[in-house]
Ligand binder design. Structure first.
Ligand SMILES: Nc1nc2c(c(=O)[nH]1)N=C([C@H](O)[C@@H](O)CO)CN2
Length: 119
């Protein structure tokens, strides 16, 4: 069983979407991230340099969320790429992005996507 760092329920106001109204008005997106890596060294040494600083990972995700894409799939792939480029020790990533109030009639808690990528 591999170790994990998680960032859950991150909320961003962004402009991703297929429709012009979404690109113009924007909406809230909820992002959940799970980063898989070995946390034994950090557990032994108590040294932040031996793990991934989740505060720094948050900023990286925030930066990608600020760049508009049409599809949530595209946003998620950009986040994964940025994380793998930044963190050599990262082995696997899961990114889930939810739109709570997309322009779709009906009753639901949210719609969205989740991707999992292994380096
Ligand atoms: N698989 C996907 N389907 C849809 C997406 C998406 O990003 N991935 N986006 C939309 C619209 O932007 C949505 O917000 C409203 O219909 C539609 N389907």
């Amino acid at each position: 069983m591999m170790d994990k760092i998680f960032l859950s329920g991150m909320k961003f106001y962004s402009y991703h979407g297929v429709f012009a109204e979404e690109n113009k008005l924007g909406q809230i997106f909820i992002v959940d991230a799970v980063l898989t890596l070995d946390l034994k060294e950090a557990g032994k040494t108590d040294d932040l340099e031996t793990t991934i600083n989740y505060g720094e990972a948050y900023q990286l995700i925030e930066k990608e969320m600020e760049t508009p894409s049409k599809l949530l799939e595209h946003v998620a792939e950009r986040i994964v790429r940025a994380l793998f480029e930044q963190y050599e020790r990262l082995e696997e990533v899961t990114i889930k992005i939810t739109k709570q109030n997309p322009p779709i009639a009906g009753h639901y808690d949210g719609v969205g996507i989740e991707i999992n990528r292994v380096r």
